[in-house]
Design a protein around this ligand. Structure first.
Ligand code: FAD
Length: 348
């Protein structure tokens, strides 16, 4: 049912005050096509919101917001469960991501343990190719089912067609602006296959005397994240606010000569580029706890921008720009924001 002048401040983890001219909640992807038709009848721009954990909302949204985010528990569908130990599981886009990870654990489908406790919906997970502790969701996605608003057709994108990259996919680009993700097919293992490349995970398991298993790995991820990251319900934030910059090799070498303690990581498959932790740059530049107009960098987590006073988007963007300008001046690196302004869906 369409609602007017709807308050969205509780639907974004930065708690930015925001109101939508019109609003329709969809409990599952099955409700999306009729919601879209209703929204179109308003003759206004249309916007798609999931869990609101990676968006920047303006104070007024001059159109209809379709909110695809389940409040109840949805049940994924097992499509295939073959002898080779690989299963395919389909999940509705509206389902809460962490609830899906927990469901997989309970039903012995493995591979997503490192991605536990990431906020948001299953439908938004492919959009920025969510990743944590050495695993990206792209490596477990078989196909993404979409409604293409440019022709009203339902389509299936293979993993290759999604053009996954570091925190990126076709859904973030202009070519993907007419695509609404309805469900995602995951490729999961029946035998545990643990990714323990992050020392923090190994240290946690060792410290707590746990032998590595999918359950203990998931518990470790949940415990580390809970201790490390501020919970948006208590302190509004959008997780990592800036992407880790990728720079040309010669730039990285110049920085290493100037800052010998700067951590520099390889970029998989690309020798001429290096990845530098944005948190290190922001921390070294002295931004931890610095506050402009009520917005600040978290005291313990340099990558997390917090909005404790629930300031509007303008204050967040002003703060982000101040950090970006300072980092560019010091290191010659332009930091890119991870959460993006909510964009209007396009019909073609
Ligand atoms: C505390 C915290 C920790 C976080 N940790 C991580 C982390 O470890 N790793 C990581 O990668 N991210 C992390 N994030 C970012 C965020 O949780 C993810 O990007 C998440 O996938 C966003 O999901 P959402 O449903 O909230 O999307 P939203 O914020 O609602 O939307 C994000 C974008 O996706 C689009 N979108 C939403 N649903 C759909 C759909 N069904 N079809 C097409 N487009 C859609 C929206 O239009 C918008 O452009 C974190 C955020 C927070 C607040």
């Amino acid at each position: 049912m369409i609602q007017q002048d709807h308050d969205l401040s509780a639907f974004n983890t930065l708690s930015v005050p925001s109101r939508a001219l019109h609003y329709i909640h969809c409990e599952s992807a099955a409700e999306l096509p009729s919601a879209w038709a209703e929204a179109k009848a308003q003759g206004e721009s249309c916007f798609l919101l999931g869990g609101g954990s990676n968006v920047l909302l303006p104070e007024r949204i001059p159109g209809t917001v379709l909110h695809l985010c389940a409040t109840s528990v949805l049940t994924p569908q097992v499509l295939a469960d073959d002898d080779a130990g690989i299963a395919r599981v389909r999940c509705d886009a509206a389902m809460n991501w962490h609830a899906f990870v927990m469901w997989c654990g309970q039903h012995h489908f493995y591979g997503l343990e490192n991605l536990a406790l990431i906020p948001g919906t299953v439908g938004a997970a492919p959009v920025q190719n969510i990743g944590a502790y050495g695993v990206e969701v792209a490596s477990h996605i078989d196909a993404v089912h979409v409604l293409d608003l440019s022709d009203g057709e339902r389509k299936t994108l293979t993993s290759g067609m999604c053009q996954f990259a570091y925190r990126d996919s076709v859904f973030k680009r202009d070519a993907g602006r007419s695509l609404v993700i309805l469900s995602v097919d995951f490729r999961l293992q029946r035998e545990p296959a643990l990714t323990l490349t992050y020392p923090a995970l190994r240290d946690y398991l060792e410290l707590h005397g746990c032998s590595p298993s999918p359950d203990t790995l998931r518990e470790a991820v949940i415990a580390i994240r809970s201790a490390k990251l501020p919970q948006p319900e208590a302190i509004p934030n959008a997780g990592s606010f800036f992407k880790n910059p990728i720079v040309p090799l010669d730039h990285a070498e110049r920085l290493r000569a100037r800052y010998p303690d700067m951590p520099i990581y390889p970029v998989e498959g690309v020798v001429e580029q290096k990845k530098i932790p944005a948190a290190w740059l922001i921390d070294k530049a002295g931004w931890k706890s610095r506050n402009i107009d009520g917005v600040q960098v978290h005291a313990q987590q340099a990558l997390v921008v917090i909005n404790p006073l629930r300031r509007p988007l303008g204050s967040i963007l002003q703060f982000a720009q101040a950090v970006q300008e300072d980092i560019e001046q010091r290191y010659g690196i332009v930091l890119e924001m991870e959460p993006q302004p909510l964009r209007a869906l396009s019909e073609g």
